[in-house]
Write a protein that binds this ligand. Structure first.
Ligand code: FAD
Ligand code: SF4
Length: 509
């Protein structure tokens, strides 16, 4: 063998052109502590990554490719990407090293460094996964101070001609948000989410024995997530037929009864590249055109916006702003994350439900991530490093490029407004409007003061009060300060004192 080709755990793209021409190539995949340990992960995340990698390696072997798979419990496994590669290169007398461009900055750096010190030739290839290159967003916004997602999204729709009859947006508008975003009202039944019941118990012993630290629940015999391309395509098909017809309408709804509502649950399969964003968008759009009686334009537009818009946009921001992005802390927040983020044991029902579901499934849908956990963390002034660590560990789909931009950027506003034009924070009013959480809560959603007053209410005002100098001039939040200015000094003092007592007592909320 003269060429060694590295496949990272999130590069399981069987459609890559690499595989069309691989004479004299040895593919290497490895399960390493370097990757299980860079943050404390949910057990389902570790297990599903390993299962998907093993399944991918099997597929390559079945296609008569040469594959070296280094398992976590292999005695020759050094548990380091760098060291394992060096060992293989020497042992197999490799003459050239090839790899696919990593999505994560830390791995990109590591492999750049590796190649710089390598005595043999090396070459890097694109992953052929995204619509955009790493640099494209930077080029679109060259010389601009603002990076509006909406501008980027419209350019993508035009460039890729997605739902653009006569070069105009389908349905006569770019955005149907006003029609969407309803509370779940039981008018249409939520389909039973597709569940692959993968028996992954063969990974229990090696993972438990390897010494990696992890948390969260798992049913080893019935793991729900797609771990190969066939399952990923089934999940996509299920989503299109069962969930897409109501996706937009309920995309912001929150429900105690339904943990993923009409969401696709495709993020893991997408992020490890079992399926591509293009095939997700193309198949969904084709279904919309075939079945306009089932899928209205507001549903499909809402979905396409997530993949072609938000997902590509976040990646572009990541590559434009790293490495400084990962240290941004606009509000200089320093508080520790309350320990109940790791257990769900809080009296606040919205957080209890959303965190418990996250621990059970390694998943929360967007509005839980943004307007429940993220909202609370921002209002409470939690250190964004701690918030990032939690999000990066708990969610099955969490990879730095998409986690950090969403968490530090969109949800914590720690980037000072690169991703979002204003902080996504709210009082209980919004949470009650979009969910069924407040009715069963220990706290009273309409009260600001007193032992049973919902903490979100006073914390909301405290957040705006303490960050006034940084937010005052933001045109999108002017009304908040108008209302606050009208509040009497005596009432302000009571609200701020209530919030202060919550902030001093976060552990016991
Ligand atoms: C604080 C916070 C942290 C997040 N961390 C991650 C993360 O680590 N990994 C991740 O993939 N997504 C992350 N997201 C984005 C989004 O919440 C998830 O992609 C989504 O919940 C995954 O579930 P789904 O596949 O059912 O999504 P759906 O609601 O069905 O959306 C379809 C797809 O659109 C894409 N998408 C939707 N919103 C976003 C977004 N804001 N950014 C990027 N892609 C998007 C995803 O690929 C998703 O699979 C985060 C959002 C927030 C607010
Ligand atoms: S009352 Fe407050 S804490 Fe309770 S569920 Fe509603 S928003 Fe959450």
């Amino acid at each position: 063998m003269s060429i060694l080709r590295l496949i990272l755990g999130d590069q399981l793209n069987r459609e890559h052109t690499w595989y069309q021409d691989d004479k004299n190539c040895l593919y290497v995949l490895m399960e390493i502590r370097q990757e299980t340990d860079y943050v404390r992960h949910h057990i389902q995340k570790i297990v599903c990554f390993f299962a998907a990698m093993r399944s991918f390696a099997d597929e390559l072997l079945k296609a008569h490719k040469s594959v070296l798979y280094i398992k976590i419990d292999d005695p020759n496994n050094t548990q380091s990407l760098y060291e394992n590669l060096l060992k293989v290169i020497e042992a197999r007398k490799i003459q050239k090293f090839e790899y696919l461009r990593p999505d994560e900055y830390r791995l990109d750096n590591q492999l750049n460094d590796f190649c710089t010190h390598l005595k043999i030739a090396s070459q890097v290839f694109d992953t052929e996964h995204f619509y955009t290159s790493r640099e494209e967003l930077g080029e679109i916004f060259k010389g601009k101070k603002q990076f509006l997602m909406e501008t980027f999204y419209r350019k993508m729709r035009q460039k890729h001609q997605i739902m653009m009859p006569n070069n105009q947006p389908e349905g006569g508008a770019w955005n149907f948000d006003k029609l969407n975003r309803q509370k779940y009202d039981n008018k249409v039944p939520v389909p039973m989410p597709i569940d692959f019941k993968n028996d992954l118990s063969y990974l229990k012993e090696p993972i438990e024995a390897c010494g990696a630290d992890y948390f969260g629940d798992i049913n080893w015999q019935q793991v729900i997530w797609p771990i190969n391309r066939t399952q990923a395509l089934q999940a996509l098909d299920f989503f299109i037929k069962k969930c897409l017809p109501h996706f937009g309408t309920y995309e912001d709804a929150l429900s105690t009864q339904h943990w993923s509502l009409f969401h696709s649950r495709l993020s893991f399969a997408l992020n490890i590249k079992l399926i591509s964003p293009k095939e997700v968008v193309d198949k969904s759009v084709a279904y919309f055109y075939r079945h306009p009686e089932l899928v209205s334009v507001q549903q499909i537009e809402g979905f396409v916006r997530q993949i072609l818009g938000w997902r590509e946009y976040m990646r572009g921001i990541y590559w434009l702003k790293m490495p400084s992005y990962q240290t941004l802390n606009f509000f200089n927040n320093q508080k520790a994350l309350p320990s109940w983020f790791w257990t769900g044991q809080t009296k606040m029902n919205c957080l209890k439900q959303s965190i418990s579901a996250s621990l059970k499934n390694a998943y929360a849908h967007h509005i839980q991530r943004l307007m429940i956990m993220g909202n609370f963390a921002a209002l409470a002034g939690i250190d964004p490093d701690e918030v990032d660590t939690w999000y990066l560990g708990i969610y099955i789909d969490a990879l730095d490029w998409v986690e950090i931009t969403n968490t530090r950027g969109m949800s914590q506003y720690a980037d000072g407004g690169i991703v979002g034009s204003k902080p996504y924070v709210s009082s209980a009013n919004y949470i009650d409007k979009m969910s069924d959480y407040c009715g069963k809560c220990y706290y009273k959603k309409s009260e600001k003061l007193g032992e049973k007053a919902c903490p979100f209410n006073s914390l909301y005002w405290h957040f705006h009060h303490r960050n006034r100098a940084k937010l005052n001039k933001n045109p999108r939040i002017g009304m908040v300060y108008v209302t606050w200015n009208k509040t009497s000094e005596a009432d302000k003092a009571l609200i701020l004192a209530q919030a202060d007592s919550h902030l001093a007592n976060l552990e016991n909320l």
